[in-house]
Ligand binder design. Structure first.
Ligand code: COA
Length: 158
């Protein structure tokens, strides 16, 4: 495993191929078991990229893409950011990369005057516990959508 340091950069068009390959691999695994084609992933990324307030970040170690984060502003309701995707190459889990991608994004949003971040994740999944550990809370505790729960984080609070 590489011991190089993590560099976080804005997501650019040239990261699309790496994004597609890593997304397909990570979300084919437990607990997601999803079956995306690379074309579908790229189409979705293009849609998200065209949203107002789009933010995308990539984490690289020695030029290798090891994690991604994307999201955008919720339409109509101002200053609420929807965190669409956050995923890390499993070889690099537990090394603080997810936390770094998230915290740099929260800082960017804070500087833009953002209020809330919301996201949907699977109840009681590793990602759910990761987000809870980072301070996210259930928005509507009883609300479940096909096994998923809405979490929120107040950007003003550290
Ligand atoms: C969830 C995910 C993004 C976490 O990324 P990661 O880089 O492995 O996590 P980090 O190493 O940054 O962990 C940061 C902190 O969260 C904690 N954490 C990470 N996973 C955790 C878990 N499953 N349960 C509890 N805490 C967890 C770590 O212990 C660490 O704690 P610290 O802040 O006290 O040091 C990563 O596991 C992943 O990509 N999962 C698959 C894709 C996915 O499910 N994405 C979310 C879709 S909604």
């Amino acid at each position: 495993m590489s011991q190089g340091s993590v560099v976080i950069s804005p997501l650019s068009e040239s990261d699309t191929a790496d994004y597609g390959v890593l997304f397909k691999y990570v979300f084919s695994k437990s607990p997601w078991h999803e079956t995306w084609t690379i074309e579908e992933i790229k189409e979705n990324l293009e849609k998200v990229r065209s949203r107002r307030g789009f933010l995308g970040k990539v984490a690289k170690i020695e030029s290798r893409s090891v994690g991604f984060l994307t999201g955008y502003d919720i339409p109509v309701v101002s200053k609420i950011f929807y965190l669409d995707q956050l995923f890390i190459d499993e070889t690099y889990h537990g090394r603080g990369i997810g936390k770094t991608l998230l915290s740099t994004t929260l800082e960017t949003l804070r500087l833009k005057g953002g209020r809330l971040v919301i996201l949907l994740t699977k109840v009681d999944s590793p990602a759910y516990f990761f987000y809870r550990h980072q301070g996210f809370k259930p928005l509507l505790p009883m609300f479940r959508l096909r096994g998923k729960v809405l979490l929120f984080f107040s950007v003003y609070k550290k």
